[in-house]
Ligand binder design. Structure first.
Ligand code: FAD
Ligand code: SF4
Ligand code: SF4
Length: 478
């Protein structure tokens, strides 16, 4: 057994797992970080100072027991590290790959604050559970005792799946409905393989199936089956449908061909990675190969689009964002990765319109500067008059964020209360909506958010649903 002592941050420097060279990364959709070797994972875990009040844990939405699983990793007790890690996180290896750690656990590590470089928490979390998979320690969560109560989950993204896992372990009969042909939500069709390889998601779905979770795919609730029919068939319902209505662009030429939605573009690319037939990709509509690509937006979705375009063989890839680097919502780590891969970030720019005959041939770009801070402290962009220019483009990708679909209208349930932003209104502790026995989690409640928050919501909602199911029927029906 290894004997790494803790508190090694003074003598051992921070190291991430090695990254593949940018030239190599540009050629495929494989993840860019290699796995830690065992000794390196132990060494990096040993840098933790075992804080009495671990801010990393406080700022992890799942409150993962980080110091303890770091200590167990450093001392070679990996199986125990895995057991501890999976006790609070349904998909630790997924969070280890795609959480914006610089804003969550690692950004609040005291070692980072003291200038020694954060403990590489995410990479160690990924290493622990990848090792558990290799060793066969990750087993389907089959229940000891079956219950006859059933729960419908609408939406097979991380929020829905986290709830499905906890409910199934408790013996509940779980049916997950999803409009796509594969489960996983944005883990499957939104986030590209270079951040999250698809077999990592698919093996989790297979485990849920092996545990007895039923998936009803290619089934759009509100279209193929009504919401009321689902309520009638099950004892409780969880809504975990995410947010999919893309914010749009206005201005002259906004309706031209060659201007596409980010999620259509990313879904087509992910489907190609699965080997699916994608006519809109094969026709060139959603394929960046040989094109000058302009992506508009500054969040994670925009970042995923530019890096996908590089891999598809675009001749140039530019990202227009109306603020500057320090004021963009996307992860700085991802900006650096994109720059290494050849993406050109054009800060302080916004589209004013598009030129072209049938299809866009260029974006009219306005230059911006940052003005005084607004109420939130963020500096608002202001237009620089007379500084417009034309940016040539063969493919323009709109990545301006997402809003919720109007579920009460689409599903014919006006009693389902929503907020003024259209997200489902629910109790933040229990996740109960305005309808008895109906709960909601993830992006459809929070607005576009993060995988780790959806997992937390799903786990919490499963607990609330179990309490609801435990009530006498007369109380539950009230
Ligand atoms: P989703 O993952 O959106 O899943 C919802 C599911 O519901 C979908 O499968 C959908 O098909 C289904 N559905 C919707 N309506 C219906 C209906 N009427 N009937 C049946 N099924 C329905 N987060 C991170 O933490 N890290 C990242 O790196 C990151 N990158 C991202 C990149 C992109 C391109 C995008 C778009 C998002 C990214 N996110 C990232 C955000 C993250 O993916 C979401 O916050 C998370 O997936 C939300 O989970 P969810 O379960 O609420 O919804
Ligand atoms: Fe950090 Fe995310 Fe893991 Fe929490 S789940 S420890 S925030 S990487
Ligand atoms: Fe370890 Fe950093 Fe967490 Fe402290 S804050 S327990 S040093 S990982």
């Amino acid at each position: 057994m290894a004997t790494q002592r803790m508190l090694q941050f003074v003598t051992k420097s921070k190291q991430m797992p090695s990254k593949r060279a940018a030239d190599e990364r540009r050629e495929d959709f494989a993840e860019i970080y290699r796995e830690f070797a065992a000794e390196k994972a132990e060494e990096q875990a040993s840098r933790c100072s075992q804080c009495g009040v671990p801010y990393c844990q406080t700022h992890c939405p799942l409150h993962n027991n980080i110091p303890d699983w770091l200590m167990l990793t450093a001392t070679g007790r990996l199986r125990e590290a895995y057991e501890l890690s999976q006790a609070t996180n349904t998909f630790p290896e997924i969070c280890g790959r795609i959480c914006p750690q610089d804003r969550l656990c690692e950004g609040n590590c005291v070692i980072e604050q003291s200038g020694h470089g954060t403990v590489t928490i995410g990479a160690v979390e990924k290493y622990i559970t990848d090792t558990a998979w290799e060793n066969g320690w990750v087993q389907p969560g089959k229940p000891m005792v079956e219950r006859d109560q059933s729960v419908a989950i609408i939406g097979a993204g991380p929020g829905g799946l986290a709830a499905a896992d906890n409910l199934r372990r408790a013996g509940v009969q779980v049916t997950v409905y999803d409009r796509y042909d594969r489960a996983g939500g944005l883990l499957t069709y939104g986030i590209p393989g270079f951040k999250l390889e698809k077999p990592v998601v698919m093996r989790r779905i297979e485990q849920l199936e092996a545990a007895g979770v039923q998936f009803v795919l290619n089934c759009t609730v509100g279209q193929d089956i009504s919401f009321d029919a689902i309520r009638g068939k099950h004892d409780a319902v969880l809504i975990a449908t995410g947010v999919y209505k893309s914010r749009d662009l206005e201005g002259p030429g906004a309706e031209l061909g060659g201007i596409v939605k980010a999620l259509d573009y990313l879904t087509a690319s992910n489907r190609k990675s699965f080997g699916d037939e994608v006519p809109n990709f094969d026709s060139g509509l959603l394929n960046a190969e040989g094109k000058r690509v302009v992506v508009i937006g500054g969040g994670d979705t925009a970042m995923d689009c530019v890096r996908t375009a590089v891999r598809q063989g675009a001749t140039s890839v530019k990202l227009l964002y109306r603020r500057d680097r320090d004021n963009m919502p996307g992860s700085q780590r991802e900006v650096q990765n994109a720059e290494e891969e050849g993406v050109d970030f054009v800060w302080l720019t916004a589209p004013a319109g598009f030129e072209g005959e049938d299809s866009a041939s260029g974006v009219v770009v306005q230059k911006m500067r940052l003005g005084t801070p607004d109420a939130s402290g963020r500096r608002s962009p202001e237009l620089i008059e007379g500084a417009d220019y034309l940016e040539p483009a063969d493919l323009v990708i709109k990545a301006l964020g997402f809003e919720p679909e109007a579920l009460p209208t689409l599903w014919g349930v006006p009693e389902l209360t929503v907020t003024r932003w259209g997200t489902i209104r629910c109790d933040h502790a229990t996740h109960a909506t305005s309808l008895p026995g109906v709960y909601a989690v993830g992006d459809i409640v929070r607005g576009a958010s993060l995988v780790v928050w959806a997992i937390r919501d799903g786990r919490e909602a499963a607990e609330s649903i179990l309490s609801y199911l435990a009530q006498p029927a007369s109380v539950a029906a009230e």
